[in-house]
Design a binder for this molecule. Structure first.
Ligand code: ATP
Ligand code: MG
Length: 571
């Protein structure tokens, strides 16, 4: 059994997580007039992944729980890496997860004018200066956490000169990197982020929304806190690495705004998953090097990849709920995500029969030309899903590996002289194995027990039950057997090895000519099924009549845990 209570999850006796506890405390104190306003603030520089899904569920979930609002805001301060394609995909993914943002999506770039004006306010207070030194020199002067940094020779420029230079930077007078605007805070601060951080840099680069209007762009740190402030965000929830940025966000706001209202930043541990890389840079590398088939490759941990793989929004939301929010970094086992998926698909996926590697069976005592329509239930978990009819004739297909000529002792599937039940049909016995000139098995000749399907015969017990597909009405489909993309629990965690060394060479096998029961001809893109005895499968978005493609979403059981048990390793 999987332990759903992850260590590090902080819940108090009323079962509130630590963020909810803080929010409720704020509400009790009457802060923000009792309003809860959150936001999900992605940078549009890649597709969203399962880690972002956690943040989405958290931010939108809190807004729902406390009858507040949640913004979708694109933190688009870096035109070098940002693209409209990412904006569109992010909107689609948030909607697909089942969340609705407040009003129109917001963009940090909407606030460029205000941020510029605020920078001028800070310069006028003598608390920002234009530095002419190159980036490398500025970086070298920052010092280390234990040694103070070196003050820039430009640090004491006069306000008037700073105003003029900043204005000229904006007007395009200087090349990229020739100057930056820096906050004048404390070069000896133990917090490196307070050592005169850069506020603005010169980038002659078109922005996906503001075009060529600007050639200076605010740093993320100079935009993020103010964007929250402008939007009236009450609880600004972010991942732990921003804890050390918090004093800087507060410093900026203290320079430029009055009043008591401030967004309250609360940090939580980002989601890490075993067997998964989650950095956008690494995911981009997999896409650019064509190691995967795009951002929505079903092996990617992106939301679009999970969708294509066959994940449901409910399974992802349940997963996010289960893992809760922690204050300390931890790694969640990917099998917990797969478990949430199985649990959901078990309830909603109709059962069907598909044979991946077909072996023909001729039932020699079944009348030629006869067809029976046998009834079978669509989902034993949900009787409202009803029954369907599956044709049965003299020739059927079973799975090649459900037959063994020389079986070991505990092989309860088909072998010469032995009986098995065909799911929702008859018991058959194998009489003869037909081989070609090379000695390969081409078909089996079996006889069936006509009394074994109804009446007292339907209770006759045999050890094995096989899935099967009727030969004459079977449709041919392609099946993509997806597996984990990495075969190491921590692919990105090896100092001397590139994460790509841990790619699982068997993460995809494509099976053509699989035989499916005829009901699957109507399968719609992204429709889920349980292929009996094989796992959950989902029709690919590119699947269409005549070229049906199914992706294996997840096997019925955790095959990785079993493989690990066999080799004696802990998963
Ligand atoms: P980068 O900043 O390196 O591009 P990022 O993953 O932080 O990558 P953002 O677009 O800034 O990407 O993230 C948007 C929001 O999602 C942020 O609030 C961030 O804290 C949150 N987030 C990102 N990764 C995770 C994760 N693994 N678990 C939980 N939240 C995450
Ligand atoms: Mg980020």
């Amino acid at each position: 059994m999987i332990d759903h209570k992850e260590k590090g999850t902080e819940k108090n006796s009323e079962s509130l997580n630590f963020i909810e506890t803080q929010i409720e405390e704020d509400l009790r104190q009457g802060k923000n007039n009792g309003k809860v306003y959150t936001r999900f603030p992605p940078e549009p520089n890649g597709y969203l992944h399962i880690g972002h899904a956690k943040s989405i569920c958290l931010n939108f979930g809190l807004a729902e729980k406390y009858h507040g609002k949640c913004n979708l805001r694109f933190d688009d301060t870096n035109p070098e890496k940002e693209e409209e394609e990412y904006v569109q995909s992010i909107k689609e993914d948030v909607r697909w997860l089942g969340f609705r943002w407040e009003g129109e999506p917001k963009f940090a770039s909407d606030y460029f004018d205000r941020l510029y004006q605020w920078a001028i306010v800070i310069i006028k207070k003598g608390k920002a200066y234009v530095d002419d030194q190159p980036a490398a020199v500025i970086a070298a002067q920052r010092g280390t956490p234990t040694e103070p940094g070196i003050k820039s020779p430009y640090r004491n420029r006069a306000v008037e000169e700073n105003l003029r230079l900043f204005e000229e930077m904006k007007a395009g007078k200087y090349k990229d990197g020739a100057k930056v605007l820096r906050a004048k805070i404390d070069m000896a601060s133990p917090n490196m982020h307070m050592r005169d951080p850069v506020m603005y840099r010169i980038m002659h680069k078109d922005h996906h929304r503001t075009g060529n209007q600007w050639c200076i762009y605010p740093m993320y740190d100079f935009a993020h806190g103010q964007s929250d402030y402008i939007e009236g965000i009450t609880h600004s929830i972010c991942t732990l690495e921003f804890e050390v940025h918090r004093p800087l966000y507060e410093w900026f706001l203290d320079q430029i705004v009055e009043g008591v209202y401030r967004p309250r930043q609360i940090e939580f541990a980002r989601l890490n998953l075993s067997y998964t890389v989650m950095s956008k840079r690494k995911l981009l590398e997999l896409v650019e090097k064509k190691i995967v088939d795009g951002w929505d490759d079903p092996r990617m941990p992106t939301i679009s990849g999970l969708r294509r793989r066959g994940f449901t929004p409910e399974s992802i939301r349940n997963f996010a709920d289960r893992i809760g929010v922690a204050k300390r970094d931890n790694v969640i086992d990917v099998s917990l995500l797969e478990h949430s998926l199985r649990e959901d698909l078990n309830l909603r996926a109709p059962r069907v029969m598909v044979v991946l590697k077909p072996l023909k069976v001729v039932i020699t005592n079944y009348p030629e030309g006869k067809t029976e329509d046998l009834e079978t239930i669509n989902n034993p978990e949900d009787e409202t899903m009803g029954i369907r009819k599956i044709p049965f004739t003299r020739e059927i297909f079973i799975e090649k590996n459900d037959f063994m000529e020389d079986p070991p002792k505990k092989f309860f599937r088909l072998s010469p002289g032995k009986e098995v039940r065909l799911k929702s049909a008859y018991i058959i016995r194998c009489d003869e194995v037909i081989k070609n000139s090379k000695g390969h098995i081409t078909e089996l000749h079996c006889t069936y027990d006509p009394e074994s399907k109804s009446g007292s015969g339907q209770n006759r017990k045999v050890k094995g039950t096989l899935h099967w597909v009727n030969a004459s009405s079977a449709i041919e489909v392609t099946v993509n057997l997806y597996d984990r993309l990495f075969n190491n629990p921590d692919p990105a965690g090896h100092k001397d090895k590139d994460f790509k060394e841990f790619l699982n060479p068997d993460s995809l096998s494509v099976l053509k000519g699989c035989k499916a029961e005829p009901s699957l001809a109507q399968a719609q893109p992204l429709e889920h099924f349980q292929f009996q005895r094989l796992g959950y499968f989902t029709a690919d978005p590119d699947s269409q009549p005549g070229n049906l493609i199914f992706n294996r979403t997840v096997p019925l059981r955790d095959i990785w845990a079993r493989a690990m048990q066999k080799t004696g390793k802990k998963n």
